[in-house]
Design a protein around this ligand. Structure first.
Ligand code: F6R
Length: 247
């Protein structure tokens, strides 16, 4: 694992965008695994800026996203498909047909999971997977549990997550109760992994994931078994690692 310790969110975003750019420049038809959430927004903004300056070209890039809420269409502003359009895809020259996100409207759970695994295989696997991390060490929607899930699967969201999302929807019935997510196995098959973390709230998850025991109770801890991980984190997110003299 290579750890890039940076000052703050802005530097984290720039360094992560640097790594993604390097991948795209070296392999213009790279398969990028992409994430949503607040952490990668600055990275996507930086990539957009470099694209607009003419330094980056996404015309051959392919992408697969980690996850999507079940029941939400791409035009729902809470869907991850919508997020990707708003934060990256609509601003760069990636071809819509080269972008892939689980189909939240597919009611056939088994079919959708198989379809998405097949999409990833047909692309030849992921070259560089971008990941955020949850405060509890989750990656994608792989929450702490008894076992690591391998392929794409459908997860039932916790009551906490449902309640936290309720404010974005007209009624409780509209809040998604399930989500499709790549499994830990899909993530581990990526040829390289770039995990971004910012802020004190992530310090415990980062420390437990990279310097604690490997356990499904901390899903990101499996990354210790991956040969090619880049952790780009700011001082606050690395504070516990520093306090424990791990870095
Ligand atoms: C998003 C995803 C999630 C987030 C994680 C961190 O596609 O898969 O695992 O990466 O919840 O979210 P933020 O960045 O909002 O703290």
């Amino acid at each position: 694992m290579r750890i890039y310790q940076v000052k703050d969110y802005k530097e984290m975003s720039r360094k992560a965008a640097n790594i993604i750019s390097a991948q795209v420049i070296m392999k213009p038809d790279a398969v990028l695994g992409l994430a949503t959430g607040s952490t990668p927004i600055g990275t996507y903004r930086q990539l957009t800026e470099w694209y607009q300056k003419g330094d980056l070209d996404f015309s051959e890039v392919r992408s697969v996203n980690l996850d999507e809420y079940k029941g939400l269409s791409a035009d729902n502003d809470q869907s991850y498909a919508y997020f990707m359009g708003a934060n990256l895809f609509d601003h760069v020259n990636i071809k819509p047909e080269n972008t892939h996100i689980p189909n939240g409207l597919n009611e056939d759970i088994e079919g959708e999971c198989k379809r998405y695994d097949a999409v990833i295989s047909a692309l030849g696997g992921v070259d560089l997977q971008l990941l955020g991390i949850g405060n509890n060490g989750h990656i994608g929607f792989n929450e702490p549990g008894e076992a690591f899930q391998t392929g794409t699967h459908c997860v039932k969201l916790t009551e906490n997550t449902i309640a936290a999302n309720a404010r974005f929807f007209a009624s409780m019935d509209d809040v998604p109760k399930f989500a499709y997510t790549m499994g830990v196995g899909n993530i581990m098959q990526a040829r390289a992994i770039l995990l971004v973390a910012s802020g004190e709230a992530k310090a415990e998850a980062v420390y437990n994931s990279f310097f604690g025991p490997v356990t499904p109770r901390v899903p990101a801890s499996i990354l210790q078994f991956h040969q090619n991980v880049y952790l780009v984190a700011d001082e606050a997110a690395l504070s516990l690692c520093r306090a424990n003299h791990c870095i």
